[in-house]
Design a protein around this ligand. Structure first.
Ligand code: ZN
Ligand code: ZN
Length: 107
């Protein structure tokens, strides 16, 4: 593992959210700083999995299909166009979770 410089972060957040997050972190045996770090990493440079081949790829720099407007998998070239209606609907709502998390569109 490479050595990384750590910086102290002071933020103000909702009491209840912090309390629940601390409880959950304790249950999972994770330091809260790891949880925050992990989320911030994802927030800064989100990665998704291709719905067809399962390849993990970074959202940033990925191509968008001009037909469906979805991210195109760099490995297999799949996008919304390759999915049937039912699968596309599943994928849509899965991606919506990301978007809620990231407070914005995944593109
Ligand atoms: Zn793929
Ligand atoms: Zn497409």
């Amino acid at each position: 593992m490479d050595v990384k410089t750590k910086t102290k972060l002071t933020v103000t957040i909702d009491n209840e959210i912090l309390r629940e997050a601390k409880e959950e972190a304790k249950r999972k045996n994770l330091p809260l700083s790891r949880v925050i770090e992990n989320f911030l990493k994802f927030f800064a440079n989100p990665e998704v999995y291709c719905f067809i081949c399962g390849e993990k790829f970074k959202v940033r720099g990925a191509e968008l299909c001009s037909k469906c407007g979805w991210l195109v998998c760099p490995k297999c070239g799949a996008c919304r166009c390759k999915l049937g209606d039912e699968a596309a609907s599943v994928a849509f709502y899965m991606r919506k979770v990301y978007e809620d998390l990231l407070v914005g569109r995944v593109e």
